[in-house]
Design a protein around this ligand. Structure first.
Ligand code: CAA
Length: 380
């Protein structure tokens, strides 16, 4: 066992860190306040190869491993968790699934531009009445021979407005339960497909989250991913990797808040000395650093298992569960250490605290992660 990062990992980490401070930081407060999608910043992220990091170069990707993805996600999320979720969804929920299970034609048509970041993708599982209980899909994909007729509504879709390609889960045969679900590739502009208004969110406000409406959308059969009825397993397999991305986002939010709190504690004086000299602040910093260290190890372990094609479902659930709780605890403490300054936008920690909350909810709530972990313990 060794804990050192390779030269290549360190280079990727530095590239992400530099990009975050040079390109993302300057406008991050304004984008959050006005809910401005980071379109130009995402284009630049694409040029760095960060929108299809793990996709093979054969399909326009960066050919990097999952450990690199964790390192890059942490650095981007320290500064701008909104850009990070755009990156995470495109990489792990869209590109990964297409590369793993798509046909050669689907890869050439959709994966190549997605991996190059020329277009963005979205993953559409959640519905108004099917969030954690994801097998209860109400959206239908009726088999009409050479096409599916898609009808229904999807909710909380990241990249919903800015994506060009949507992976949509829908029920084709209710009698078969989850084994009747298919995943279809839907293009923006297909007749009958409408994007609803943007959600006005607590955090990750610069990312765009929308409902999507499908009314008699004709989706060609060749746009189905995998065999008939594979759609739910496709979603679960894809989310296993997605959770590594969100765990790393949570890790970045926590470490960003911790670094700000540490710097502030050294500068700010009270009772005749810097507040970092007060034991109460030292204990807070010690707890933050310890928890962040543990979260980072869980993220890297799940990435390491995935890179070795070993079972990582429980490991990514553990990483997401723990890192998201650490993100919440750490950002709350970072605001506390900053006192009144922590409550205003210029000091960044209030935004990180708002951004942290969603990491306990999307791509499977903390409660869902506990279900996944407990099942793996009981079935192993
Ligand atoms: N890999 C492969 N197959 C899997 C799997 C996995 N990780 N997890 C489950 N399956 C399979 C099971 O083996 C089972 O198949 P069989 O019956 O053929 O054996 C089938 O899927 C159903 O599994 P369960 O019986 O375990 O299903 P369940 O109803 O008990 O639900 C659950 C399990 C873990 C709660 C699941 O529904 C779940 O993960 N829910 C949360 C969904 C989620 O994360 N939603 C977020 C959407 S994305 C998002 O947030 C938006 C965004 O844009 C970021």
């Amino acid at each position: 066992m060794q804990f050192e990062l390779s030269e290549e990992h360190l280079m990727i980490q530095k590239a992400a860190r530099d990009f975050a401070s040079d390109v993302l930081k300057p406008g991050v407060i304004e984008r959050d306040e006005k809910q401005l999608f980071p379109a130009e910043e995402i284009r630049q992220l694409a040029r760095l190869g960060f929108l299809g990091m793990m996709v093979s170069p054969k399909y326009g990707g960066g050919g990097m491993d999952t450990v690199s993805y964790v390192l890059a996600m942490e650095e981007i999320s320290k500064i701008d968790a909104s850009s990070a979720v755009v990156m995470s969804v495109n990489n792990s929920l869209v590109c990964w699934g297409l590369e793993a299970f798509g046909t050669e034609e689907q890869k050439q048509k959709y994966l190549v531009p997605l991996a190059k970041g020329e277009i963005l993708g979205a993953f559409c599982l959640s519905e108004p009445e099917a969030g954690s209980d994801a097998t209860s899909q109400k959206t239908t994909a009726e088999d009409k021979g050479d096409y599916y007729l898609l009808n229904g509504v999807k909710n909380w879709i990241t990249n919903g407005g800015n994506a060009s390609v949507y992976l949509v889960m829908a029920q084709s045969d209710p009698a078969k339960g989850h084994r009747g679900i298919n995943t279809l590739i839907v293009e923006k502009g297909m007749e009958g497909f409408k994007v609803g208004p943007k959600e006005n969110k607590l955090g990750i406000r610069a990312s765009d989250t929308h409902s999507l409406m499908f009314t008699d959308v004709k989706v060609p059969k060749k746009n189905r991913i995998g065999e008939d009825g594979f759609g739910f397993k496709f979603a679960m397999r894809t989310l296993d990797g997605g959770r590594i991305g969100i765990a790393s986002q949570a890790l970045g939010i926590a470490s960003g808040a911790y670094e700000l709190a540490l710097a502030y504690a050294k500068e700010r004086k009270s009772f005749g000395q810097s507040i970092a000299k007060h034991q109460i602040i030292q204990f807070k910093l010690a707890d933050m650093a310890t928890r962040i260290g543990a979260a980072r190890l869980l993220c890297l372990r799940s990435a390491w298992l995935k890179d070795r094609h070993m079972d990582y479902s429980h490991a990514s659930a553990m990483a997401k569960l723990y890192a998201s709780e650490v993100a919440m605890e750490t950002t709350v403490e970072a605001v506390q250490i900053h006192g009144g300054y922590g409550y205003v936008k210029e000091y960044h920690v209030e935004r990180l605290m708002r951004d942290a909350k969603i990491t306990q909810i999307y791509e499977g709530t903390s409660e869902v992660q506990r279900i996944v972990i407990a099942r793996s313990l009981l079935h192993s």
